[in-house]
Design a protein around this ligand. Sequence first.
Ligand SMILES: [Zn+2]
Length: 377
Amino acid sequence: MPGLTDAHVHLMSDDVAKLYMGMLKLDLPTATSTPEVMLPYLANGVTQVFNLQTTPGGLAQQREIAAGKVPGPTIVTAAMIDGDPLSWPVGMTRVARTPEEGRAEVRKAAADGYQLIKPYGQLTLETFTAILDEARKLNLPVVGHIPGRGQDTAKFLLPGLGMVAHAEEFAQRTSNPDPSLIPRFIELARASGTGLITTLTLNDRLLEMVRDPASLKARPELATLHPSVRKIWLEHNPYVSRATPGYIAFLERITAFNRQLVKAFADTGIPILTGTDSIVPGVVPGFALQDELSALVAAGLTNQQALPAATRAPCAWLKADCGAIAPGMCADLLLLDGDPLADIANARRIDTLLLGGKPITRTELDCRMNALKNKSR
Ligand SMILES: [Zn+2]
């Protein structure tokens, strides 16, 4: 089958790690290694990622991989633009307080070589609209949040917003997730030509973690994380520290809403792409994309609906030559030991990964993953 796409990730790099430490007021090691950041994606069959908060360090990783210096997934880079007050530190995001600043930031991002624009939640309607317009002029696809929570969704779900970055964006349009709004969201998404990055796994993991913090430590794939990231998840986890019964009940309503939304979007032909939001606490790079495929099937999608969301659909949305097995397509392929159309878990049974036509066997992947786990102890 074609290699898989995770259309919503946050890749670690030295500059990202430093920014996280500053935000969390922690002093942990921040040196990262690009081959080690990329390996868990490859070992899980992920051959393309959308890095939705790309920094200069992330642009450098993209270049290293594209030049063939480091094996890794094809990286598609997004520049995040937020309003004031910023939700993330400068460096991870750009700020646009006015429509003029929004347009200028889109032009700067294009000049810096970013491929996608990611508008964020604090933007005003006027600035958000200007960003969509400028991105359209420069031919940059837009994947982002829906700003204006609590306001009329119709004002913000506009042509030019190509993809909404998470299912929970729709859940949080109202203070209490309201499934009766789903038919309206379908109507609006269809009118604006907007698709959805699914991220069911994100809320599943958050819910599991706040209900039972010990469940996180028990997940064996945590052994593949950067030690500083693992320490943050296990010892300084902001979600666990706010795990009140009210927050747990809220997350329960979000996960139920998300499953209904994604199933309804898939059934009515709204484009859906698989994405995970790794490296949010609990969402382990690479492994989470396989969990996302399983979560889509658990939400009621057929395997025939779920698999294109990870293969054909993201490549078609990018207009990239991938996501199918055909002449002229890039040879990022998975040789599996079972049919994923028969059982979605067979997508995990990777015998050989072909990366740009070069085979990496399961034995080789396991060997590299074991070395990573030993080093990350
Ligand atoms: Zn994200």
